[in-house]
Design a binder for this molecule. Structure first.
Ligand code: SAM
Length: 229
């Protein structure tokens, strides 16, 4: 049984699309995509030996070796240009996801859809999509084991299209903001509390230029979120 988080990622793979799952770990996602008839051919990419071996073992146990190719390598270097229609990258920080996309930019030619699930710092993923002409077409927020995850879906196109209030929406997500679901509200209340704690601690430390700058940034973010909640 696939986790609710990964099920949500899979639900955005169009039926019939070929897939590369980067940072696949146990290759649960590609196995599920193949077994449920969404993708007939997939690639599972892993850079670390342990997870790469687990992926290979899982694919062997599921007898899917002819349909899932497990490849070892850094980010998008495991795929060639034009090889897949869709790329999933899940369960990493947003900064790492955007650096994988940035490094592998050339491999994205011909890719029709990206489904990205940053655990933290989704803002960096939205910024990368915006700077690289990928249009955010949908977002989801799911809660599992007391954690809240964002899922971002993008296709090539006008990257400004979903945005009305750029700074705020890059932070919280334009689609998620419109919906204002209960998980969204919980997430941003929690984030705001964390910023307030950091701010209180910073007020107690020596007021250097950098500290004061950090305080101003946090105050701005807190105000921005207060305007929404
Ligand atoms: N995608 C799975 C999920 O969402 O459950 C596994 C997430 S796991 C926390 C992150 C995986 O990404 C690890 O197995 C790690 O080795 C792999 N990873 C990290 N950086 C990578 C990179 N540059 N290229 C490929 N895999 C990477």
């Amino acid at each position: 049984q696939l986790s609710k988080r990964l099920q949500c990622v899979v639900s955005y793979i169009p039926k019939g699309y070929s897939l590369a799952d980067i940072g696949s770990d146990h290759a649960y996602l590609p196995c599920y995509a193949v077994l449920s008839g969404i993708s007939s051919k997939t690639i599972a990419g892993e850079v670390v030996e342990g997870p790469y071996q687990s992926a290979k073992q899982q694919v062997m146990n599921a007898e899917l070796m002819d349909r899932i190719d497990v490849r070892k390598g850094d980010g998008l270097e495991v795929i060639s240009k034009g090889e897949v229609d869709c790329i999933t990258i899940a369960g990493m920080g947003g900064t790492l996801i955007s650096s994988i996309l940035e490094k592998g930019k050339k491999k994205l030619e011909g890719v029709k859809r990206l489904i990205l699930q940053p655990n933290v710092q989704a803002i960096n993923v939205r910024k990368w999509l915006l700077d690289n002409n990928w249009r955010l077409i949908e977002e989801e927020i799911v809660e599992e084991n007391e954690k809240i995850y964002e899922i971002l879906v993008a296709e090539k196109g006008d990257p400004m299209q979903p945005y009305n209030q750029l700074e705020l929406e890059l932070l919280v997500g334009p689609f998620l903001l419109k919906r204002m679901g209960s998980s969204f509200i919980r997430k941003w209340k929690w984030e705001k509390e964390q910023w307030e704690k950091i701010l209180t601690n910073l007020e107690k430390t020596e007021q250097t230029k950098e500290i004061m700058q950090k305080q101003r940034e946090l105050q701005q973010k807190i105000q921005m979120i207060e305007g929404v909640l």
